[in-house]
Design a protein around this ligand. Structure first.
Ligand code: B3K
Ligand code: ZN
Length: 874
């Protein structure tokens, strides 16, 4: 396979002004006729370059230039290209190809899902539909005519506005769609099937009426309200916050069951994984409701950040993804609790993205080379990319950031641009020099910031010294200092925010320090007594910051830090330090004893009437095993699991009455509502229940069983089921799992959670359960949601069982990867990642993981897997 490099970018040799597509849909033999209005690109250096179109797995039937059939000697066809060596400067090219959607298991291009036609073209799927210049910097106007059997495929959709439809012979019908906005082909979409709409409308701020439609299978019609409401909220929010209005007369969302990722922002016709659009309180949890809202918003926001202004090449992916994730996070923060939203995003970043940064697949937010671009839809490009945009917004301030985004959308509307174009807009409106800031896009790895504080009682000064260092990553040994914004404050030992005076300048009680050298000191004046620093508030930069706090300091900050995020983080650090003591004890064969400081701190949290129950539920989450592992150079899987498990049980036993009191306080017999207070109550109550059940007390198991049976909503039912299925005593859990499967057998999304709950069991039989579930009639390797629910959840969320010393977990995963390599390379390449994270494990496990990878390597690999495995095994 070939490596593509950012430095080799060249503009396309030809431009396409207009595309006319004609589809005759047949499951195993769809005919695609395409008319491309081509013209030489004056910006290309070679005025005689051939026309090289991309195409994969296409059966070419005919080629015509300006209406004249070409002889076979006038063009060349290879596995991936159709080449016209000497085309005219301006002409119309017609090609006709046949494709086989029914056998398309890769779910890229045109395929069938539950009998319905749908497409996925990002990043390079359009070349599996027809010959084309499949690159994001070729923007064209599309007209799409779709013809199909009317009974089997009554609904035919594509981008833009419907302009014509009619009946044809032999029970066929057709529809024509016209998209007035020039777009790259990765935003093309087509749907044909037996689907049903939920309809609404939205009036934009300038008074245009937009039809809104969500298309689903009939049995899911009752699950669309939430997505529809979310869409309207997102449309309003983007007008209010970014001044961005929707531009077509219709906005459609289609739900499909087989989808490689969450959703796709195709112009005017989003296609969604049904898990990211369907939500009903009886069958979906609060978490699923939140996911639907944020994914609907994310795809909607792409209409500007991605579609109207798109990427020059795929290296610029974060230009649209990082910015759009930032926008959807802002949106969610405005709908819910900003602190809790921030906590959850940071928790994901600090475990999964930091782990990626420390792995063989580490790459910068803007990678500089790839073999398979689908491998780069990563946490680094999305989540770290969003952090980079967030830092920009903090550096220039919101009002200026908004001016910069206005300038960006106006200046580049209808164009395909680069990360520099975006950052330059911010530099221009702010007057700041952002050259050093750009390193965030090109340098991989998680920067480490060591902070030290020194109080001088005589001078009444506090000096904060910050040192930054980024560890080497594959292919990038030497790292440069970054511009790191450190939002901070000082807190007095009596719990008050202190005024900040640096070099005679006053900064109120909170400031953003700009760390831009390897080492820098900041001195704060006029401090009567030794303060406690509160650093990296709101997680102002995606770095690992360390400061030598005592556990008492952390307990104090947990109570007194004015920043909500930092209060939570102090609690996490306190728990982490305490857990690390247990881990050492376990490793040295000593008895485990939990520091009473943690118990007492939690006791205080649990007493009285909580001010913010949602936040309290976050404060009561012990750091995950994955996050604990992040702290070590050499990870002891078993000690981490044992220590954390012990801490949970000890806290649960010591604070049983407190958990029980809060459980009852937040249990109500009111019917389910989406309202914030109720949502918070459910989350806190279910957190308490999970601690109660850990004690294995009969009373606690009974409460869980009762909640399981009586719940009128999936949040409560699923939480109780998880408690039961993960309890030490198998019996009530097994009964509940059976009852649940009987109740929900016909709902595939609910069955996904049923699978996941079982494969994340802490018990030693987890792997056997996984094997059994792979044979379950509701499981299918062809359905990505099922693969993620069983294999993804096991490898990702059941660490100590996946990392069993006998290597059985690795073998199981390798077998699945080998199977998926043949059918769905994208999913195979995702699923293999846990096997590549062996750097910090013991030699024995390392050996077993590499063996599993080497076994996969024996296969004829797709470029996707080839790239990942080759990086892991160098
Ligand atoms: N842009 C799509 C992701 C496409 C993934 C292709 N492998 C969804 C999104 O980020 O909104
Ligand atoms: Zn996106």
């Amino acid at each position: 396979p070939q490596t593509v490099h950012l430095k080799d970018y060249q503009p396309p040799a030809f431009l396409i002004n207009q595309v006319e597509l004609n589809f005759k849909l047949e499951p195993s033999a769809t005919l695609v006729t395409s008319l491309l209005h081509l013209q030489r690109n004056p910006a290309h250096p070679d005025g005689r370059a051939p026309l090289v179109l991309d195409g994969q797995q296409l059966k070419l039937l005919s080629v015509e230039v300006d209406g004249q059939p070409l002889a076979a000697s006038d063009y060349q066809v290879t596995e991936n290209h159709l080449t016209l060596p000497q085309p005219p400067a301006e002409f119309v090219l017609q090609t006709q190809v046949e494709i086989d959607p029914a056998n398309n298991t890769a779910l890229e291009g045109l395929y069938l899902s539950s009998g319905n036609f749908c497409t996925q073209c990002e990043a390079e799927g359009f070349r599996r539909i027809t010959y084309y210049l499949d690159r994001p910097d070729v923007l064209a106007r599309f007209t799409t005519r779709i013809e199909a059997d009317k009974e089997a495929f009554p609904v035919l959709l594509s981008n833009g506005n419907p302009t014509e439809k009619g009946e044809l012979d032999k029970g066929k019908h057709y529809v024509i769609w016209e998209d007035p906005f020039p777009k790259p082909c990765y935003l093309f979409a087509l749907v044909g099937g037996d689907l049903h709409p939920v309809k609404d409308s939205y009036t934009t701020s300038s008074g245009r009426k937009v039809a809104l439609e969500i298309w689903v299978e009939k049995e899911n019609l009752h699950k669309c309200d939430h997505a529809l409401e979310s869409l309207k909220k997102a449309m309003r929010w983007d007008e209010d916050t970014y001044g961005r209005e929707y531009d077509l007369d219709i906005y459609m969302i289609v739900a499909v069951n087989d989808f490689n990722m969450g959703a796709m922002e195709n112009k005017g016709l989003n296609i969604f994984n049904s898990a990211c659009v369907l939500a009903d309180p009886k069958s979906e949890t609060d978490m699923a409701f939140h996911r639907v809202e944020s994914v609907v918003a994310h795809e909607y926001f792409h209409n500007w950040s991605g579609n109207r202004v798109t990427c020059r090449d795929w290296f610029q992916l974060s230009l649209k993804e990082g910015f759009t994730v930032f926008r959807d996070q802002q949106f969610s923060a405005d709908q819910h609790s900003p602190a809790v939203e921030r906590i959850q995003h940071v928790a994901l970043l600090r475990t999964a993205q930091f782990a990626e940064d420390a792995s063989p697949t580490a790459h910068p937010v803007r990678p500089d080379s790839y073999i398979e671009i689908n491998n780069f839809y990563t946490l680094t490009v999305y989540e770290k990319g969003s952090e980079v945009v967030r830092m920009l917004s903090e550096l220039v301030g919101w009002d200026t950031f908004r001016k910069g985004s206005d300038l960006y959308f106006e200046r580049f509307d209808g164009q395909a641009v680069t990360v520099e174009d975006f950052v330059n807009c911010m530099a221009e409106v702010s007057g700041l020099n952002l050259d050093q800031f750009l390193i965030w896009y090109s340098q991989a790895g998680t920067p480490q910031v060591k902070a030290e504080g020194r109080y001088d009682a005589e001078q009444k000064t506090f000096t904060l010294t910050l040192k930054q260092e980024t560890p080497p990553t594959p292919g990038q040994k030497d790292k440069q200092p970054l511009l790191i914004p450190i939002k901070m404050g000082l807190v007095s030992r009596t719990g008050h925010p202190l005024p900040l005076e640096i070099d005679g300048e006053f900064h109120g009680t909170e400031t953003v320090l700009q760390l831009n050298k390897a080492e820098q000191s900041f001195t704060f004046h006029h401090l009567e007594s030794e303060p406690l620093p509160s650093l990296l508030r709101g997680f102002s930069a995606p770095v690992k910051l360390s400061y030598a706090y005592s556990k008492e300091d952390l307990a104090f900050l947990l109570q007194h830090d004015p920043d909500g995020f930092n209060r939570w983080d102090a609690g996490q650090q306190l728990a982490l330090t305490t857990l690390q003591e247990l881990i050492s004890a376990q490793q040295q064969g000593q008895d485990l004893e939990l520091d009473p400081l943690l118990i007492n701190t939690w006791k205080q949290l649990l007493e009285g009437q909580p001010e913010d129950p949602l936040m309290l539920a976050e404060l009561l989450q012990l750091p995950s095993e994955a996050y604990i592992a992040e702290q070590y150079e050499c990870v002891d899987i078993d000690a981490i699991h044992i220590a954390r498990d012990y801490a949970r049980k000890t806290l649960a036993t010591a604070l049983y009455p407190e958990f029980l009191r809060l459980y009852h306080l937040y249990t109500s017999d009111q019917p389910w509502s989406a309202e914030a207070q109720q949502l918070a109550a459910r989350r806190l109550k279910n957190t308490c229940l999970s601690f109660l059940v850990v004690t294995d007390a009969a009373e606690a198991l009974q409460l869980a069983e009762q909640q399981f049976q009586q719940a009128d909503n999936m949040t409560d039912q699923q939480a109780a089921l998880t408690c039961l299925a993960h309890a030490e005593n198998n019996q009530p859990g097994d009964a509940a799992l059976q009852a649940f499967a009987r109740q929900w057998a016909r709902d595939p999304l609910v069955m996904d959670t049923w699978f996941s709950i079982q494969v994340t069991r802490p018990h030693p039989d987890a792997l056997d359960r996984v094997k059994a579930l792979l044979e379950h009639p509701a499981f299918s390797m062809k359905n990505p949601n099922k693969v993620r629910a069983v294999l993804g959840a096991f490898a990702g969320q059941n660490r100590h069982n996946f990392h069993r010393r006998d290597g059985a977990g690795y073998q199981l995963l390798a077998n699945a990867v080998i199977e998926l390599n043949k059918t769905n390379p994208q999913i195979a390449s995702r699923l293999v990642l846990p096997l590549t994270r062996f750097q910090k494990l013991d030699d024995f496990r390392k050996g077993k993981m590499k063996e599993a990878l080497e076994r996969i390597q024996q296969e004829k690999l797709s470029p996707d897997l080839y790239e990942v495995i080759q990086k892991a095994l160098v």
